[in-house]
Design a protein around this ligand. Structure first.
Ligand SMILES: Cc1ncc(COP(=O)(O)O)c(C=O)c1O
Length: 394
């Protein structure tokens, strides 16, 4: 791998690259191969015995995947990485590699729905339990730790209410109780937030979101310290959640523009959040860098930009929320976020419809809450579409 002689994130993202082949290509080729040939039987033996480094089979290693992993390692300031077929494959592989029967996970309550399903429906089959801690009540977290607690899992900012977790507080908490500290950093992306600076042992991403940034491919990645990545990489080698070289190539190229994209997502989302706050027909606007966000100071401390996701509540409950979405003309209605195209979602009637209204309120999802993943279009065009939809659905 050619790595730049610089610790700068942008340089690492742009210049880390698989060595040039004999063709003198500028962009890295795609290594669309299942396996790699051995020069002779002795090399085959040495590679399998870990006496020589090199590619054997694309379920374990592939140059495109390795390049992508190295870039995320540089961005997240952690030494080892594993690209996976989806964000959920990264989450599952991490837990499956590190947990065993009798272990308990301590997690924040505000987590992605499929992660919640793993905790409640999959892991209990193997005798792995979980406890949820309330973000607004950090004093109670010490009492939630038991002799079986092995790791802490948090997402910040959370989906869809963009609540934050104090990463530094959580790092000290994990140190105090000797727990593995895992952060899903998907909403902020490594351009805006670096959990390892606050002690995170492992950081997970759905690359499907801002890392790709253009809604083209599904993938994931986990990066961390050698101590925890070694069992994760070994589990992955034998269980097979491998990232495809094609998607790795695409994500790796996308990382070259991550920093500029995240700056524009953040600037536009802040401008739109401020605009929505001025409207009388919008009840609550939540965005980490909005002065009215209850954790504004924390956002300023641990994030270098507010990210692309904001949420707001319209008057009129579930029906008005759904009508608002139907009235949008430019923004897309689709089950994703972190795209260059603005996406609007109504959690109460879609992503969180399986929860009761009481359960939804418990995690801050009001009936009229709308989540917007602010894209890279001109912010005034996005605001104009939201305005006209608010007016037409009133
Ligand atoms: C915070 C978060 N984590 C993990 C995932 C799962 O990622 P994927 O859809 O790539 O499996 C998502 C997907 O929306 C997410 O929002």
């Amino acid at each position: 791998m050619d790595t730049p002689d610089s610790s700068n994130d942008d340089t690492a993202c742009i210049r880390t690259q698989v060595e040039q082949s004999g063709q003198r290509e500028h962009a890295v080729p795609m290594y669309l191969t299942s396996s790699f040939t051995f020069n002779d039987s002795e090399q085959a033996r040495a590679l399998f015995a870990d006496e020589e480094e090199g590619n054997i089979y694309s379920r374990f290693t592939n140059p495109n995947v390795e390049e992508f992993e190295e870039k995320i390692c540089a961005l997240e300031e952690l030494p080892e990485g594993l690209g996976t077929a989806s964000g959920m494959a990264a989450v599952f592989t991490t837990f499956a590699a590190l947990l065993g029967t009798g272990d308990e996970v301590l997690s924040s309550r505000y987590i992605f729905g499929s992660t919640h399903k793993l905790f409640t429906q999959v892991f209990p089959k193997w005798g792995i339990s979980h406890t949820y801690g309330d973000l607004n009540n950090l004093e109670e977290w010490d009492d939630l730790v038991t002799d079986d607690t092995k790791l802490v899992y948090v997402e910040t900012p959370s989906n869809p209410t963009v609540d934050l977790i104090d990463l530094e507080w959580m790092g000290e908490f994990c140190d105090r109780h000797d727990l593995i500290y895992i952060v899903d950093n998907c909403f902020a992306s490594p351009a805006l937030q670096k959990p390892a600076r606050y002690g995170a042992d492992l950081v997970i991403h759905s690359a499907t979101k801002y890392i790709d940034g253009q809604g083209r491919g599904v993938g994931g990645v986990v990066v961390g310290t050698e101590e925890y990545m070694e069992p994760i990489q070994s589990f992955a080698r034998h269980s097979g959640p491998a990232l495809s070289p094609f998607n790795a190539w695409m994500f790796s190229k996308s990382l070259e523009t991550l920093d500029v994209r995240m700056k524009k997502h953040s600037d536009s989302a802040l401008a739109i959040a401020r605009h929505l706050e001025e409207r009388d027909d919008v009840k609550i606007v939540r965005y980490p860098f909005l002065e009215s966000h209850p954790q504004y100071d924390l956002a300023q401390k641990q994030m270098s930009g507010g990210g692309g996701v904001l949420s707001f509540a319209v008057e009129g409950g579930i029906e008005r929320g759904a009508d608002f979405l139907d009235a949008l003309e430019m923004c897309s209605l689709t089950a994703n976020l972190g795209d260059s195209r603005t996406i609007a979602t109504h959690p109460a009637s879609t992503t969180h419809s399986k929860l009761s209204e009481e359960e939804r309120r418990g995690i801050g999802i009001l009936p009229g809450l709308v989540r917007v993943s602010v894209g890279l279009e001109a912010p005034e065009d996005i605001a104009a579409d939201l305005d006209q939809a608010l007016e037409r659905s009133a």
